[in-house]
Design a protein around this ligand. Structure first.
Ligand SMILES: Cc1cc2nc3c(=O)[nH]c(=O)nc-3n(C[C@H](O)[C@H](O)[C@H](O)COP(=O)(O)OP(=O)(O)OC[C@H]3O[C@@H](n4cnc5c(N)ncnc54)[C@H](O)[C@@H]3O)c2cc1C
Length: 417
């Protein structure tokens, strides 16, 4: 008989797989349900992982494998000093050294799903959640193929368009985040010798254009001629889908190569050779008052879409996953969900506020002293997996003697505290 004391994880992307691994580390059973097929879910573009994501991978003992199968984030160093005159950066600042890795999304997915499988976690593909049910002791997940799964808790890790979120919080409306992205895969084949050698050595490019920037880099040590690019732009009004997401890929590629050619000749040559282009416009839900409802909780993009310009989406997903698992290790589910929300919210909302206040704006002058992108993308949330999350009462009990100076002398003193 299937145990119902298990956590149903809906979505097998970064957040879902990391949650299942974290739960296993916490001694909890879980099972993952992913809407896509195995091959679809092991595809996609590329991810840049910053210190926050890498710290979680380290706690999961996956950092060595991720490092072996990724490339350093050298392309984050801009092509010319003049384009990035940030006085706070030391001359020899090396983004690779502070811990940025570029990884093919399919490779990361393989690493995570292999680790989940090694730990005995079941992963079911082609399982699209359509609706949820809940009673006093369990939660039921109903899938499009007519099947149902039962568990004690449910984690919605089903991404930006989360079905779980819309079932828990009906009426949540997504708004355009004023950003567009094109991820692409290209090849060094046919490039002139100098450019080809530079890219194959792993030296990427970062070029700023008007209202846009372009990153060109390698993300797979096993494939020296595979090049990834990310072209990012910001705009007030969304681009009509027929000119972007639904555009003929060859026409879109040609238009992008022209656009980029005006300010980055090498970038245009890489885009002309693209074998894949994935155009995306970003929509995000409003900040949710509550991150959970009943026996179900949200993590990753389902909860808070970190605009890709922040480079923090995967970081949020990994940190959510491990912190939620830790709270479920140390508390019953109501407290765990509460602490997960209350402890994480200040961290994630500070990034969202910085984004709203223009810290990541492409036209932002890089010479000011305020909090720039660098400060945000290198921030981490302290999970401290090995330390048990104790009750405040335990720390009170630990204080056996009260220093005299701490004893209020009068009601005025007390009121003044
Ligand atoms: C163009 C672009 C570039 C980005 N670049 C970066 C980057 O460089 N660095 C970075 O940190 N972040 C980046 N991000 C953000 C990052 O991709 C996300 O934040 C991260 O993937 C979130 O992981 P997730 O598991 O929450 O969501 P997802 O990766 O979207 O996974 C959700 C999973 O749930 C499944 N699912 C959906 N609905 C259902 C359902 N009803 N039932 C079952 N399963 C379901 C989906 O098939 C999917 O596999 C980028 C995003 C975009 C769009």
């Amino acid at each position: 008989m299937v145990s119902t004391d298990r956590v149903l994880v809906i979505g097998g992307g970064v957040a879902g797989m990391a949650t299942a691994i974290g739960l296993d580390m916490a001694g909890r059973d879980s099972v993952v349900f992913e809407a896509a097929s195995h091959s679809q879910s092991h595809s996609g573009a590329s991810l840049i992982l910053g210190p926050a994501a890498l710290r979680v991978l380290d706690a999961m003992k996956l950092l060595d494998e991720v490092s072996d199968r990724s490339m350093p984030g050298s392309m984050l160093i801009p092509a010319s000093e003049a384009q990035f005159e940030d006085p706070r950066l030391p001359e020899d600042f090396d983004f690779g050294a502070v811990g940025f890795r570029c990884i093919d999304r399919a490779v990361l997915q393989q690493i995570l799903s292999a680790e989940a499988t090694r730990r005995g976690i079941e992963i079911h593909y082609d399982k699209r959640l359509v609706t949820l049910g809940e009673d006093a002791v369990s939660v039921l997940a109903h899938f499009q193929d007519g099947t149902t799964a039962e568990g004690s808790l449910l984690v919605g890790a089903d991404g930006r368009m989360s079905r779980v979120r819309s079932l828990l919080f009906p009426g949540t409306r997504l708004t355009f985040a004023n950003s567009w992205y094109v991820y692409g895969t290209s090849t060094t084949d046919g490039l002139d010798e100098e450019l080809r050698a530079r890219l194959e050595r792993g030296e990427g490019y970062h070029h700023d254009g008007p209202g846009t920037f372009l990153l060109v880099y390698r993300d797979d040590p096993a494939r020296p001629n595979k090049i990834t690019f990310l072209l990012v732009g910001q705009c007030e009004r969304k681009i009509p889908a027929k000119h972007f997401e639904h555009r003929n890929p060859d026409e879109l590629r040609a238009e992008l190569a022209d656009l980029v050619g005006a300010w980055s000749e090498p970038g245009a040559r890489v885009i002309e050779r693209a074998t894949h282009v994935i155009p995306t416009q970003i929509y995000r839900p409003p900040a949710l008052d509550s991150w959970y409802h009943g026996r179900a909780v949200l993590v990753g993009d389902a909860l808070h879409v970190a605009d890709p310009i922040t480079g923090l989406g995967a970081a949020f997903a990994f940190e959510d996953a491990l912190y939620l698992a830790k709270m479920l290790r140390d508390h019953d589910y109501r407290d765990a969900f509460y602490y997960f929300q209350e402890d994480r919210r200040p961290h994630t909302s500070a990034v969202q506020e910085a984004l709203a206040n223009g810290a990541f704006a492409l036209e932002r002058p890089h010479t000011t002293d305020d909090d720039g992108p660098l400060e945000w993308v290198t921030r981490t949330f302290d999970i401290d997996w090995d330390r048990t999350d104790t009750s405040p009462l335990a720390s009170l009990a630990g204080a056996t003697t009260t220093p005299e100076s701490a004893v209020p002398q009068s009601t005025t003193d007390r009121a003044g505290q």
